[in-house]
Design a protein around this ligand. Structure first.
Ligand SMILES: [Zn+2]
Length: 109
């Protein structure tokens, strides 16, 4: 497969993701593939523009064709020290008081 064929496939995948998972923020109309266009592509970063077929509101979407952690330092992500018994104790204490779900947990910060 040539690089431009791969890029075209990635664009189709990203547009498909937008039409399946995102809708107009103004009127909640779903996008169709013809409503979503690639406006910029550089390495693994893509900018998409979605135009609502009902109210014409436009939305810019930034997408990456690889896991974001691969963009960080190191071959497998950021170089972090190993967990210590203190880290584990702190997490144990935190989780014993935590009453939310995984979304709440990952949104903390
Ligand atoms: Zn709309």
């Amino acid at each position: 497969m040539r690089a431009d064929e791969s890029s075209a496939g990635t664009a189709i995948d990203l547009i498909g993701f937008v039409t399946r998972h995102l809708a107009c923020a103004q009127c909640h109309t779903a996008y169709t593939p013809s409503d979503v266009h690639v406006t910029q592509h550089e390495r693994d970063e893509w900018l998409l523009l979605a135009t609502c077929p009902t109210c014409s509101a436009q939305r810019t979407i930034t997408a990456y064709d690889g896991p974001p952690y691969l963009r960080l330092d190191g071959p497998y992500g950021p170089l972090l020290p190993p967990l210590t018994p203190l880290d584990v104790a702190e997490w144990r204490a935190f989780l014993s008081r935590f009453t939310g779900d995984m979304i709440d947990l990952l949104a903390e910060g």
